[in-house]
Write a protein that binds this ligand. Sequence first.
Ligand SMILES: NC(=O)c1ccc[n+]([C@@H]2O[C@H](COP(=O)([O-])OP(=O)(O)OC[C@H]3O[C@@H](n4cnc5c(N)ncnc54)[C@H](OP(=O)(O)O)[C@@H]3O)[C@@H](O)[C@H]2O)c1
Length: 222
Amino acid sequence: MSRVLIIGASRGIGLALATEYHRAGWTVSASARTPADLEKLATLGVEPFPCDVCNLNDIAALGWRFDDQKIDVAILSAGVMGDWTETCETPSQEQFHHVMDVNVLAAMRILPMIAPLVANSSGKLAVISSHMGSLSTRESPDAWLYRASKAALNSVLLDIAHSFPSMVSVALHPGWVRTDMGGAEATLSPEQSAAGIHKTIAALSSRDNGTFYNYDGTRLSW
Ligand SMILES: NC(=O)c1ccc[n+]([C@@H]2O[C@H](COP(=O)([O-])OP(=O)(O)OC[C@H]3O[C@@H](n4cnc5c(N)ncnc54)[C@H](OP(=O)(O)O)[C@@H]3O)[C@@H](O)[C@H]2O)c1
């Protein structure tokens, strides 16, 4: 049976991905931060494990927890938006660290830990990025700290793709999704986004290493 590792599955897109892959018959290892969310994941039938992506002990534990496991797909979904800004307002040091630590530094700690495990399986690794991180399609300066963090995440993903050519590494835009982050007006349910992401990852081939995809399988420009 194929195994997927999902980091950040307590709610929103990560939770929908855990449910989607479990329904499709995969063995799902999924992380959350609180005992209640870990219990919720266990009830779904997935294998929960604790991981705060800013906690060095939790990240180190990823290495030994999955050391002897074949990981076919790994998805880093945990992310934060930070305070919404309309214009180029300088963020506080605290806001900057909050958003950059979760969206970028965590990826720079976690991806080097799990990439060798995925590469051993010639598997696929995806980070849930955002089209808001695209430089070439930028049309607005709103949420510029979040945009900067997702642009940096895309850069991190590209370097992982260069470092581990035996697997396929991609950045994914999940669509505009009705979650705590996306809000009630968003166009997609978490289930629709997760189904599209599952299908998109399944269709990836070695030619896609180091690319950026929308949840519906269309290519995005960096
Ligand atoms: N929703 C959209 O329209 C949209 C669009 C583009 C990109 N995205 C991206 O999609 C991903 C998932 O977003 P979402 O919409 O599902 O957001 P969400 O509903 O706000 O969920 C955020 C998830 O990230 C986790 N997380 C935050 N900080 C964490 C930390 N320090 N350690 C571990 N987990 C942490 C949360 O865990 P807790 O429950 O423990 O806080 C939760 O599982 C994010 O990377 C986001 O940037 C979303």
